[in-house]
Design a protein around this ligand. Structure first.
Ligand SMILES: [Zn+2]
Length: 452
């Protein structure tokens, strides 16, 4: 280590010097698994009889007539005494029959993007005559539940008041913990009866996610809507144990998680991309008229790598979500205000795109500062999709996208590897949570495979 007051600048190479497991494609075994699953899934006949007489939609004992919208108060707890945590559910029931798509936000109470997006979709600017979700024009049903954790929303916390993470408690139980009971009820009443589930999230406190979709690509209906979302980055994962998405997939419900932005922020771009993606899915399922917009390319990723600090102090990060970097590029500099003349650079371990970056500057050795999707293929194409000034990926939906592209025209770029670092969402969370919440976070961290 240089002495105090030394004017030397130290360049710190990432300690993990072993070769990153990166190659051109999703691993052959996984690829075969996905192909087999898609081959075995033949709809055969039309999935929804759009010509038969429209039926009333039922939700929580209420009936909604074809072509109507109803706002229903759905209590998350079955109680006579105390707070039942009522949450609003808007049902937009199309004039003609079709699939039921449930859109949820605020499973984590401090994640605003989904709560804003799902709320906007239930307003007349979207549901009025001639608007995208005009029930008169729709074939199918949309259920919007923007605030699945009302006490967390009020307290601006990720967790329920018992310190549990709703997205780790599914399927839950009627007689279990408080959050487990909520999970049980949400699964029984809101998720069951849906054909598709779109669950909207952001990064946890202290970081910022590039808008992206996560889905089990070997589950045909989930694969279908993940592609239909019309976004560049798709991570192939089953979802953490106990997550709503995983529980829904088990019931045969096509499900995905959308991630965009960070906690506590109503990130306008992330909201815009979420709405763009939801409307794309609805168009592609022929629930609403029009063609779904498609991106120029898709990054189908089965692996990623976390870039971590190897020194402590404050990090000045030169990259943000979507930044494209070259191997060895300096992506940030760590300074220690108590030894102001010294610094340590953080280098990119490989060429790739940051799908998540830290926005809290405090680091200790091992603190992740970014989540990198290593890229070895399709580099030219990806470069064309970058903002010239900032070198960041322009995500479809942030600036309006052409709608004439066919699916076969979308270049698919596979990224092979391993999800390194395990439950890093929980890990980053650790610093910002009170100790009463820590137990659950730590328990979850051991099992997690990704961060939604
Ligand atoms: Zn979340």
């Amino acid at each position: 280590m240089p002495k105090k007051g030394d004017d030397t600048k130290k360049t710190v190479r990432p300690k993990r010097t072993k070769t990153l497991k990166v190659s051109n494609q999703i691993p052959p075994k996984r690829r075969r698994e996905i192909e087999r699953a898609l081959d075995a899934h033949e709809p055969g006949r039309p999935e929804w009889d759009r010509l038969s007489g429209a039926k009333q939609h039922r939700f929580f004992g209420k009936r909604i007539k074809p072509g109507f919208i109803r706002h229903i108060e759905f209590p998350l707890l079955d109680v006579k005494l105390g707070d039942a945590w009522p949450t609003p559910v808007t049902i937009i029931h199309g004039h003609r029959p079709g699939p039921t798509i449930t859109i949820t936000g605020g499973v984590h109470g401090d994640e605003m993007v989904g709560q804003v997006a799902a709320s906007l979709l239930s307003q007349t600017v979207f549901t009025g005559p001639g608007r995208p979700l005009d029930p008169e024009m729709m074939a199918g049903t949309v259920r919007l539940a923007p605030v699945l954790n009302p006490p967390g929303f009020t307290r601006q916390r990720r967790y329920f008041p018992d310190g549990r993470d709703l997205n780790r408690e599914f399927p839950g139980s009627e007689t279990g913990s408080t959050t487990g009971r909520v999970a049980h009820r949400v699964l029984e009443e809101l998720i069951t009866g849906s054909d598709f589930l779109l669950d909207l999230h952001t990064a946890a406190n202290g970081r910022d996610n590039l808008p992206q979709v996560r889905a089990d690509l070997a589950h045909p209906p989930s694969n279908r809507i993940a592609r239909a979302f019309g976004i560049e980055v798709i991570l192939d994962s089953k979802g953490p144990k106990g997550s709503m998405r995983r529980a829904a997939s088990r019931l045969g419900i096509g499900s995905l998680t959308y991630e965009g932005g960070g906690a506590n922020l109503a990130d306008h771009e992330a909201v815009q991309i979420a709405i763009h993606g939801i409307l794309n899915v609805l168009r592609s399922l022929h629930v609403i008229p029009g063609n779904a917009a498609r991106p120029k390319f898709r990054l189908l990723a089965s692996g990623s790598t976390w870039v971590r600090a190897d020194e402590g102090g404050l990090v000045d990060l030169f990259v943000s979500r979507g930044s494209f970097v070259e191997t060895g590029e300096v992506i940030g500099r760590i300074v220690d205000p108590q030894r102001p003349s010294e610094s340590a650079d953080i280098l990119a371990p490989s060429r790739g795109i940051f799908i998540c970056t830290a926005n809290n500057p405090i680091v200790t050795p091992g603190t992740p500062v970014g989540h990198l999707l290593p890229v070895t293929r399709g580099v030219k194409l990806i470069r064309k999709g970058l903002d010239k000034k900032t070198n960041r990926l322009i995500v479809s939906g942030s600036k309006g996208e052409p709608i004439w592209r066919e699916d076969y025209e979308v270049e698919e770029i596979m990224i092979e590897g391993e999800w390194s670092g395990g439950g890093v969402d929980a890990e980053w969370q650790r610093d910002w949570q009170s100790s009463s919440e820590l137990e659950h976070v730590e328990a979850a961290a051991e099992e997690e495979e990704d961060a939604d």
